[in-house]
Design a protein around this ligand. Sequence first.
Ligand code: FES
Length: 575
Amino acid sequence: MPVKKRPQDLRSHRWIGTSDLRAFGHRSRLRQGGYDAHDWEGKPVIGIINTWSDINLCHTHLRSRAEDVKRGVLQAGGFPIEIPVMSLSEVFQKPTTMLYRNLLAMEVEESLRSHPIDGAVLLGGCDKTTPGLLMGAISMGVPAIYVPAGPMLRGNWHGEVLGSGSDAWKYWDEKRAGNITEEQWQEIEGGIARSYGTCMVMGTAATMMAIAEAMGFTLPGASSIPAADAGHPRMAAAAGRRIVDMVWDDLTPQKILTKESFDNAIRVHMAMGGSTNAIIHVVAMARRAGIPMDMNRFDEISREVPVLANIRPSGEALMEDFFYAGGLRALMNELRDTLDLGCMTVTGKTVGDNIKGGQVYKPDIIRSLNNPVSRDGATAVLTGNVAPRGCVMKPSAAEKRLHRHRGKVIAFEDYNHMAREVERDDLDVTPDHILVLKNGGPKGGPGMPEWGMLPIPKKLVKMGVRDMLRISDARMSGTSYGACILHVAPESFVGGPLALVQTGDEIEVDVPARRIHLHVSDEELARRKAAWQAPSPRYPRGYGAMFSEHIGQADEGCDFDFLAPLGPVPEPEIH
Ligand code: FES
């Protein structure tokens, strides 16, 4: 049994529980807000860290969910305080929200540290918000529980089910090929996002929400509840009740996160057919927790765990269907023989306890280990002379013929160069060519934009080609699909070998052997390297300049070097 904290042990006691002048100042300002001693005396202060914003449509409901969390906190005898932090709106923020994940993590960590907060409820879900919230909470170290925003409802067009992102790419190519009209395209625009909530395919949002649950950071089943389901506010209130007990029990992230809990998360990622982006985020979160982790762990586990969730883009259904099929508890119960069931979670119980009784109601949506959606792992990590520190691919979302392929390269120096060329009707390209995009990495993008699903050249789209090999140091949306090799490390902007690839070179990819090889001699590569000129940094000042100076490469999780756990950060002085 954990030793219970006493009121005088709370962090907030230093701010509002003493009888000195500073505590007078703090309490007088609480009274200014209409509170009195009944609100705070002997109670943990719970920070509700909210990423709601008008421009983040995935989080529209988080404004009222914060009220549900407060209801739960009050029911359990806590004092709820809502603190807004920056929202990362995947669709709207340019050049990419990945440029700001670490900024959100810093804001969360410092908001918790600088205020009289005893425990935190983290509200988010749109792509980078989940790792940003968790990274900050891990580094700060107070008890924290995560309330996933949940997926939006299925899209609909003329009775066809539409999936976020995936069907946008699909119908965009049909429009480019002249197969659908402008009017039909606009109808799709009105039907593809029908409610608040995150993207409802197995994109980065659904992947990271599931990973957070598998790591032990949510109430059981929380990550699968659609945002518009009445179970969602009930879950938010329950999280509010739970965090109060977590504070008294001092159940901090450090007591939940272990090498085994991260392995559980990676196994769930594979079984979900999760987004390649998760690799970067999981590596970053593990390193924040002081647990050694690299991309190779994903490759090892991908060889053991097949894809079980029949969700687009690897499968056919959507997250709403996944919820009706039993949700994550059911999927984890299918995986139970491969998981470490003894890992601790925010419930104060183990993973094994939390998933007990999880039942699959639709075996075509949540498959068994004997009947998977795909035996090709959700993630393969390749290495070779063009990616000495690795690169990643999602074999389950690529045409099988491209798992082993050798072809001539068409190289693009940057995104704009690529965007111009692929629209040319006279581009000298065949389906066997390999498209290479440079300068899309952490420093080059900057922020590793989701450019990695390079468009199929228009000329080939009109011929019916829908997949070809593409290589870049960028990322791709989890809603994307195709034979896209991503996260090449080190990136071209810092002189990685990708910078030396030229149109006409040949590259050979062998996914089963996890190899990628540029067929250019070492002597020729040395000659090209000597002639290579480093580009100037993208930003002369401000956050972008700081980002470029401190950002790590993809295989390191793209965290800032100064955010690694280098030693304890002192608690703020109260004076
Ligand atoms: Fe928010 Fe996809 S845009 S999750």
